[in-house]
Design a protein around this ligand. Structure first.
Ligand code: FMN
Length: 437
């Protein structure tokens, strides 16, 4: 039976130079101005999407490798997505807007107040993508960088603190009675005195409580600790996992177990699997793209090397493509997992060309070897995910007008005709849309 799915858009590369390096860049927008994002947000709302999540990192990375990250704009510059949110709210009426926030970079009281303000301004449409990357620690204090799990502990303390401030107004504290001329009852405001491992602050919060649910908490971490965080705290979990039945069901079961362990219900969390499809107008076109991807030219390999160099903060662009990749070029800042993702099972003797060619290779949606295919083939995948109990998908891309239209123009009507995509929004903000089916 067809079940409607929730759709989100992940604005990869964040609030930065959209489309830099693409042949189709010259659409003459200015990425630092709101218009290109507002136009995209309106398109996503017309398409029936629940939310847009804006990727972010507050740092340009290690001082030694800044040039690698900025030269082709893969790792920066990035402007603050929280400050873009009001412009997107103003351009739309239903779309949820979810900037990425890192507890390393903001204090609970300031954050609780800013988020409350935006949630009210937007009609309860704010969400927060809470990430725990510690690479930017040096910008915020000289304290030593936290370990992986400790960063999650800090994120939980930060979020608990924010929630205690949001709840510092008891029911009945807001009176707003003209007859008695009483606006609020101070005896119903809780003092809040938080003294924790990472933060110390007092309340109550100088902002009003919410009537239609709190800002939605979104989380992307897939480790055991990350899923524990999601189970305890999240309204939406972003999932990166192979899209076959066992893997999808296992991932969902792990998130649900983590939720139940914290006294929550599985249905309290909407799980969105991240996918970056290439939608074509025919299966012949899809076949051509896949065939060409198996034989990338040197220019295509260079473009992949640039992105990898930025992500891995290690310059691969100057290396000989036909020599084995010497793993000693990676500094201590590059995790084993990231190196492993680059070299796969090809081993250390394989030339760099083999690793980059493997990354270039695309597969067909029709045989489930990849994500290139027609809108109908993509809809088949979404429907199948729904049959396995899934809640929705997160499409991955930038806000360049060409990316959005290539992905959505043919897809949206087909998803709607099949009953997979909403035609109407609930009336009550982001939480109401997430709970509407
Ligand atoms: C869909 C998705 C989106 C993410 N977005 C961001 C982001 O915007 N900023 C960031 O610093 N990390 C982002 N991450 C990385 C995660 O926050 C996290 O650091 C990573 O998944 C490792 O955590 P884990 O060890 O719990 O899996 C994202 C990960 C995924 C899967």
């Amino acid at each position: 039976m067809t079940r409607p799915q929730h759709f989100g858009w992940f604005l990869a590369r964040g609030f930065g130079p959209q489309g830099w390096g693409y042949p189709s860049l010259d659409w003459d927008y200015d990425w630092t101005r709101p218009e290109v994002y507002q136009e995209a947000a309106r398109t996503l709302e017309q398409a029936g999407f629940d939310l847009v999540i804006i990727e972010d990192s507050p740092s340009l990375g290690s001082p030694e490798t800044i040039d690698l990250r900025v030269r082709h704009a893969f790792g920066g510059p990035k402007h603050d997505p929280l400050l873009l949110a009001p412009y997107l709210f103003q351009a739309t009426r239903h779309l949820g807007v979810v900037p990425t926030v890192n507890p390393a970079a903001s204090l609970p009281y300031t954050s609780a107040r800013q988020f409350a303000t935006l949630h009210h301004l937007s009609g309860h449409r704010l969400g927060l993508n809470v990430v725990t990357d510690t690479g930017s620690a040096r910008h915020f204090s000289d304290a030593p960088q936290l370990g992986h799990d400790e960063a999650y502990d800090r994120a939980e303390e930060w979020l608990d603190g924010i929630r205690s401030l949001w709840h510092s107004w008891d029911d009945g504290a807001l009176v707003a009675d003209r007859a008695t001329d009483v606006y609020a009852d101070g005896s119903r405001l809780r003092p809040v005195a938080h003294r924790g491992r990472h933060y110390a602050f007092d309340g109550p919060l100088n902002a009003l409580p919410f009537t239609d649910g709190e800002p939605a908490i979104v989380s992307p971490g897939g480790s055991g600790r990350g899923l524990g965080f999601a189970g305890a705290n999240s309204d939406v979990q972003l999932a990166l996992a192979p899209l076959h039945e066992k893997s999808v069901r296992d991932y969902r079961a792990r998130v649900h177990e983590a939720a139940v362990a914290k006294g929550r219900r599985p249905e309290d969390i909407t799980i969105l699997f991240a996918i970056q499809p290439v939608i074509t107008s025919s299966s012949e076109e899809a076949d051509r793209i896949v065939a060409a991807s198996a034989r990338p030219d040197d220019a295509a390999l260079q473009q992949i090397a640039r992105k990898q160099s930025s992500d891995l903060e290690t310059d691969l662009t100057a290396l000989d493509l036909d020599r084995p990749l010497d793993l000693s070029i990676f500094g201590a800042h590059v995790s084993r997992g990231s190196i492993q993702r680059l070299i796969g099972d090809r081993g250390e003797d394989a030339p760099l060309r083999a690793h980059l060619t493997a990354l270039a290779r695309a597969g067909r949606l029709s045989d489930r070897t990849g994500f290139v295919g027609t809108a109908d083939e993509f809809a088949d995948l979404v429907e199948e995910l729904g049959d396995w109990g899934n809640d929705g998908v997160l499409l991955w891309g930038d806000f360049h007008p060409v990316t959005l239209h290539r992905t959505l123009d043919e897809l949206v009507p087909i998803l709607r005709r099949r009953g997979l995509l909403r035609r109407e929004y609930a009336d009550g903000g982001l939480q109401a849309n997430l709970r509407s089916f």
